[in-house]
Design a protein around this ligand. Sequence first.
Ligand code: SF4
Ligand code: SF4
Length: 377
Amino acid sequence: MSTLALNQLIRQAEAEVARQMQVCNACRYCEGYCAVFPAMARRLEFGPTDVHYLANLCHNCGACLHACQYAPPHEFAINVPQAMAQVRGQTYAAYAWPPQLGALYQRQGLWLAMALAWCLSLFLVLAIALKGSLWHAPLAGNFYAIFPHNLLLALFAPVFLFVLLALGLGVRNFWRDIAPGQAQPGSAALREATLSALSLQYLGGGHGQGCANANDAPTLWRRRLHHATMYGFALCFAATCVATLYHYVLGLHAPYALLSLPVLLGSVGGLGLLLGPAGLLWLNLRRDPAQGDPTQKPMDRGFIALLLLTSISGLALLALRASSAMGLVLALHLGVVMALFLTLPYGKFAHGVYRCAALLKWAIEKRQPSRLRLGDA
Ligand code: SF4
Ligand code: SF4
């Protein structure tokens, strides 16, 4: 798609959110559902930056669609979750760093994710095969006998640093746009935003009973499975950090015992990363298309598939680490993890980062006096 056509689509999506917010601002029936509606009520007009902020504050719980008396087929055609989702997807590309790579968001999908994981795994499998045989004498879980520690560091550290840089500068662009001259967050605002993000407060559907998914019946499963995925990912990452600390600071080198901290963190995290994405895929396949932006499903599923492959190959590696197949499974796992990290800044992972920034803006904004003075003479 040309840049001109893409910009036109973005403007249309922003104008649609602005139109719907004008109707909602007159109605206000959904005011207690989430942070979007009270944030909306602080505005009379909705320029592009207001729309970007509100779109990322929306958690796509679907509650306001099913409560709305003006939802399609009503002529007002109010569908806030869908309109917000369309803008949200476009903001990731618009704020991406470097800007040229923003177009990757539109290309993310299941097949790209699988092809990348497959190619990287194959490359590593071939690297082992060229050194000798894929099947080796049992190495008691010593991964570094296959890929030396320094080689792994040289492969993964630059990718990890790039992910941090790309996501950090992307969200900085977003923050500068939605919160120009914003006051520094106080500790209360920081605490509230952190708790909202960690508890996924707004996946409660406004009444604490959860999100709509296949129909208007609320379910807490979307929130629970997001929690399993989020904390599973965090624990796996913590396992890697603790192992690095063991290696460089304490001089304790892998393999680690089954009851050691890195293995325990990795095992519990791996289970969370298996159950969470598997359940989210199940819900995603059953999701009412009216509740989101169907064009983003390939991006959602590509990310879920990479998370699933990461946990499956990681747990398989733990189970087979004392066998002759360890090298092969290690190569497959590292290829999948590398594919996951390479796609993190330009795929579904970004929604968590941008949403945290929007939650922080809301926690600051709600503590400030409203700029609207409707009662003033
Ligand atoms: S979504 Fe519908 S019911 Fe809710 S505030 Fe907007 S117009 Fe009113
Ligand atoms: S979909 Fe849920 S989070 Fe989004 S605006 Fe509606 S009620 Fe709020």
